[in-house]
Write a protein that binds this ligand. Structure first.
Ligand code: E4P
Ligand code: PEP
Length: 352
């Protein structure tokens, strides 16, 4: 056949490899009744904070990316101890980010390449993601993650309390549709350019019902028909022209949301363009935003910090064994000790 000679399809595909189905993976790492109850209640807490019924502040805290299960679990246990002490004024949710959107190219996260060596063993990546998420929840911490590949939620969503759509994908119709079917609240980042409108459009789109192509729990391609997700909110992460966590930026953001008939509820990301990508500046943002909240700005419902066991960042070279334990291999992070100080001082300030 001429089509065979001309190779019209899969021209640039080297290989495809079948994967375990979501149902099979969940059967291997099931949710205990206790964990299911914990995820449910954590989501309800976040929802009532977003509605303004619960006045606590959401603190989404943890590594820029998870690259080592031992570090993630050690971090979770340390953070859980602090979370208990501040829980009357803050709900601490761990950043458990397995999927990294890259500006151009780079390591794409633990699910994509758990070996950190371009072997792309995604079956292992998905197994690890579920194991880590179970441990984080069992340690008493709800988990937050970025949903990047539209297929991933079927594998892990039952363990996630809060999802985000990143600055690079907020404008993507695929991600907005996916968000409309997610079972937990979803934060939309403003775009890397700094556009808030892109994120408000995303919130509008995700509140609507959609029909699109996806996979079901058995891993079959299917038509996904969603109800819409009304728990969308805006994550301010700064943009090309600088930060957007100051009081004037929050007023502007509130106006935009109100004119779009959306509730003005913001999570401020203390990292990324709000810290000019200098992890050491995150405490400046954190303290400023906590002060705004203490001064009465209740549109601020949460803050996000990139934090790891140890401060800084290291490059992922070819020798994985040479990596320093507890240090980020993506964006720079503040240390656990500094994170604990920030959480405790915020707790004190929020007490009035
Ligand atoms: O949060 C992580 C990074 O900012 C994001 O994944 C982009 O990273 P990159 O610009 O290093 O590719
Ligand atoms: C990639 C991230 O952020 P952003 O989408 O804001 O760049 C992140 O929070 O990990």
């Amino acid at each position: 056949m001429i089509e065979k000679i001309l190779s019209l399809q899969d021209v640039n595909i080297r290989e495809t490899t079948p994967l375990v189905s979501p149902a099979e993976l969940k059967a291997k790492y099931p949710l205990s009744d206790e964990t299911a109850q914990f995820v449910y209640e954590s989501r309800e807490t976040v929802k009532s904070i977003l509605k303004g019924d619960d006045k606590r502040v959401i603190a989404i805290v943890g590594p820029c990316s998870i690259h080592n299960p031992d570090i993630a679990v050690e971090y979770a246990h340390k953070l859980a101890a602090v979370a208990k002490d501040v829980k009357d004024r803050m709900i601490v949710i761990m950043r458990v980010y397995f999927e990294k959107p890259r500006t151009t190219v780079g390591w794409k996260g633990l699910i994509n390449d758990p070996g950190l060596n371009d072997t792309f063993d995604m079956a292992t990546g998905l197994n690890l993601a579920r194991q880590i998420l179970r441990e984080v929840n069992q340690a008493g911490l709800p988990a937050a993650t970025e949903m990047l590949e539209p297929i991933t939620p079927q594998y892990i969503a039952d363990l996630i309390t809060l999802a985000s759509i990143g600055a690079r994908t907020t404008e993507s119709p695929t991600h907005r549709q996916m968000a409309s079917g997610l079972s937990m609240p979803v934060g939309f980042k403003n775009s890397t350019e700094g556009s808030l409108e892109v994120a408000t459009n995303a919130m509008k789109a995700a509140r609507a019902e959609h029909c699109f192509l996806g996979i079901d729990n058995d891993g079959n391609t299917c038509i996904v028909n969603t109800r819409g997700n009304d728990m969308g909110h805006l994550i301010l992460r700064g943009g090309r022209n600088g930060p957007n966590y100051d009081a004037a930026s929050l007023v502007e953001a509130s106006r935009l949301l109100e004119s779009a008939k959306l509730p003005p509820r913001f999570v401020v990301d203390c990292s990324h363009a709000n810290s000019d990508k200098d992890y050491k500046r995150q405490p400046i943002v954190w303290n400023d935003v906590i002060q705004q909240r203490v001064d009465g700005n209740e549109t601020i419902v949460g803050l996000m910090l990139e934090s790891n066991l140890k401060a800084g960042q290291q490059s992922l070279g070819s020798d994985v064994k040479a990596l320093e334990y507890g240090v980020s291999i993506t964006d720079g992070c503040i240390s656990f000790e500094q994170t604990e100080d920030l959480l405790r001082s915020a707790h004190e300030k929020l007490g009035g």
